[in-house]
Structure formats: structure tokens, C-alpha cells
Ligand binder design. Structure first.
Ligand SMILES: C[S@@+](CC[C@H](N)C(=O)[O-])C[C@H]1O[C@@H](n2cnc3c(N)ncnc32)[C@H](O)[C@@H]1O
Length: 222
């Protein structure tokens, strides 16, 4: 009897949590004049995931927590409709790059950037690239890499090799940010000797909590 009641309460709490989450995201979208909420299927390749945005609250928490310096170059790998790029551009990065596979999402990102009405000098920091990460050549100056579950572990491992090669070409402080890392990705990164986990960000409000963790890794310069 108690068990059934507890299950019902847990179910209700979960429903409220989802409703609050959606409401907050809609309020943010209206406030910032964006259309980045809608989840959409992307590539038909099974290794590539579709579009879903990082929640604005989590994004702001993350950008406030990493120590940014004016030489940092930020890239969102799988930038979708541009939400992360727009907010990152408001911070002290030298340059902000959005790399997106799907042309339609890439075009949506351009429209969102226009609608957000960024000042000209901030907009000039943004570069949008419409390409598959597997073809993309990583710039040896890029320092902060952001991933929000864009693809499978097989693709991650190719991209991480590219990041490491770029590090060897130009040794610098690199940070890798993973939003909601799935277990396989966490285990994979744990085994990488050249990276170490330096921070875990989570929001403890009812609608986020541990579900929405962000892991931050840094080059392990041993
Ligand atoms: C979950 S969404 C994240 C969007 C955005 N980064 C955010 O957090 O709001 C992942 C995005 O990665 C893109 N993507 C998937 N595979 C990719 C690839 N191989 N190269 C570039 N982008 C890719 C998808 O099309 C999708 O827009």
C-alpha cells in the first residue's frame, strides 16, 4: 500500500518537474527571442544523434564556472540551432565556433543569431561551420571544446584523437566540456591519460538535479 503511494508521489513529482522545466525554457526563449527548443531528428546515420538543446540555466551555470581568458577559443561540436554559441559569445572568448552537420539546423542558428540582436563586435566573434566533425580540421588555437551528446562513442574517439593531435601541434591548456555525459562516454574518458576530470556542475533545483550534470575535463600535463 505504502509502496504504491510512494510510486504515485514519485510519478507526480516527475510530472511537475518536467512541466516546470518546459515552462522555464519557454520563458527563456521568449525573453531572448530564440527558437531553439524543438527537438528534431538529424542525420539518418545511427552514430549521429539528433537535435536537442542544452537547457539555458545549465548553460549559464557552465559558462560562469569555467575560467575564461580573452585568448580562449570555444567550439560547440554539434551546435544545432545555435543556442550555446549565442550565449558563449556573450562571454570573454576571443572566438566562438559552431560546427553543425545538418544544413537546416545551421541555417536556424544563423536566424537565431540575427534575432538575438547581438552587437556587431560580439557577432564578429562567431563563426558557423556546416560540416561533419569527421571532416573538420581542428584549429590548433581552439582551447574549449563543448559536446552535448552529438554522437556515439566511436565518433567521440575519432574527435578526441584529433583534439590530442592538435594539442601535440600546439601545447596549450585545453578544456573539454561534456553536457549530460552518458556512462559509456564517462568510462571512455576515464581511461584517457591526457585528460583529467576537474569539475562536475549540477543544478540542485527540482527540475534539474543530478540528471543534468556537466563534466569538465582538462589536459593532464604530467
Ligand atoms: C544534442 S544536439 C546539441 C545542440 C547544441 N550543442 C546544444 O547543446 O544546444 C547535437 C547536435 O549535433 C549534431 N551532430 C551530430 N553528428 C554530428 C557530426 N558528425 N558533425 C557535426 N555535428 C553533428 C546534430 O545534428 C545536433 O544538432
Amino acid at each position: 500500500m505504502i509502496e504504491v503511494l510512494l510510486k504515485k508521489i514519485a510519478y507526480l513529482v516527475d510530472k511537475i518537474r518536467v512541466k516546470l522545466f518546459r515552462f522555464e525554457e519557454q520563458v527563456f526563449e521568449k525573453k531572448y527571442n530564440l527558437t531553439t527548443i524543438k527537438h528534431e531528428r538529424g542525420s539518418t546515420k545511427k552514430e549521429y544523434r539528433g537535435y536537442a538543446p542544452t537547457p539555458i540555466r545549465i548553460l549559464k551555470l557552465t559558462l560562469e564556472r569555467i575560467n575564461i581568458n580573452e585568448n580562449d577559443i570555444f567550439i560547440d561540436i554539434g551546435s544545432g540551432k545555435g543556442r550555446v554559441i549565442i550565449f558563449a559569445a556573450l562571454y570573454n572568448f576571443r572566438k566562438v565556433i559552431g560546427l553543425e552537420l545538418i544544413k537546416e539546423f545551421h541555417e536556424d542558428a544563423k536566424l537565431n543569431i540575427e534575432r538575438f540582436k547581438l552587437s556587431e563586435n560580439i557577432r564578429d566573434k562567431i563563426e558557423l561551420v556546416n560540416d561533419d566533425v569527421c571532416n573538420y580540421v581542428i584549429n590548433d588555437d581552439t582551447t574549449i571544446f563543448y559536446f552535448a551528446n552529438p554522437f556515439s562513442i566511436q565518433i567521440y574517439s575519432k574527435v578526441f584523437d584529433k583534439i590530442y593531435n592538435s594539442y601535440i601541434n600546439n601545447k596549450r591548456l585545453i578544456k573539454i566540456i561534456i553536457y549530460r555525459p552518458v556512462l559509456l562516454v564517462k568510462l571512455y574518458i576515464e581511461k584517457i591519460e591526457w585528460l583529467r576530470l576537474i569539475d562536475v556542475i549540477e543544478d540542485n533545483t527540482i527540475m534539474y538535479g543530478k540528471d543534468y550534470q556537466v563534466h569538465i575535463y582538462e589536459i593532464n600535463e604530467k
